[in-house]
Design a protein around this ligand. Sequence first.
Ligand code: ADP
Ligand code: ZN
Length: 372
Amino acid sequence: MSMPPSALHRLEVELGPRRYPIHIGPGLLGDQALLAAQAPGRHVLIVSDANVAPHYLARVEAAFAGAGKQVASVVLPPGEQEKTLARFGELLSALARLGASRDACLVALGGGVVGDLAGFAAACWMRGVRFVQLPTTLLAMVDSSVGGKTAVDLPEGKNLVGAFHQPSAVIADTDTLATLPERELCAGLAEVLKYGALGDAAFFAWVEAKAAALRAREPTALAEAIARSCAHKAAIVARDETETGERMLLNLGHTFGHAIEAEQGFGGLVHGEAVAVGMVLAARLSARRGHAPDADAERLAAALQALGLPTALPPGLAPEALLARMRLDKKNLSGRLRLILWRGIGQAFVAEDVEEAAVLRVLSGQGPLAGA
Ligand code: ADP
Ligand code: ZN
């Protein structure tokens, strides 16, 4: 292989009695033995989408078929609007047509949408079968591949129906990131920086230093960023599986970010971009409330800009409307705003009962020191 061994990483996720490996590195989809070993049974259903399948599906099919498996594939149209009960039903029908038994294996080849759908089908087919993730977006590699959340959307809201179902393995081939649209790559980098911002100042500094290499998709840098991000998420999730304490910190920037996503609708910022803006707002609010130095908020904004991400609210979003969305956040307790703020880079914490006036000022674009 032409790749240096330093681009290869393997880590174990441990969740209670469950344990699964994450393999990270270039060329992994070409490792037929590694792929085939994931499906001990006869039947394999591969789920992908129309952007990903033309590049990578044939070699994944070949790996399983070459090992004598009975393989079927479902290629969905791309996009979050496909994460429906109807598509979920199509996957179950495909499993039925395949004659899939309890030892079947579902394989998700794609981003978070494909992973959520295939994972939910795996959780439900015969009350749960094996599930292997082959994430092809940076976001899916660093976020959705750890934690075991699967779901579909309803017209009434996102992720309303789902299950916890841990994969039996995650195989992240960093070569697949070569075809990922620039914007999706940068969106994933927002979540990478988040791990540093919330709990690891040294990792934050590493991402800052590697910003150009990461954007240039330098394989060694990407593999290390993914491995360190997964290790952070795995450690946090393992310590707090039920999301009562520390795991909430993973939502840094997300209460603001979800409000932005919900308020602007289709064609606006993608998730990682909204989270980037949300993290800056959380940092500004932290400074305004006296928790953290203003300089840390500015350093965060500069780092995000270097990663190709927005740091200011898109025009046309009313602060009152955003605040109204934030009031609906699941983390809130009895009508009080609960937000993830920080004491500076690497030191996020859960802030209870945050006063709405301060949030509104930050949403109105007033700097942390304005009026202080
Ligand atoms: P997420 O960002 O949650 O992982 P998606 O599954 O929606 O989300 O993927 C984002 C977009 O990128 C989709 O349009 C998908 O088809 C496309 N995509 C995913 N992986 C790749 C890839 N490796 N190359 C090209 N396009 C990809
Ligand atoms: Zn996120």
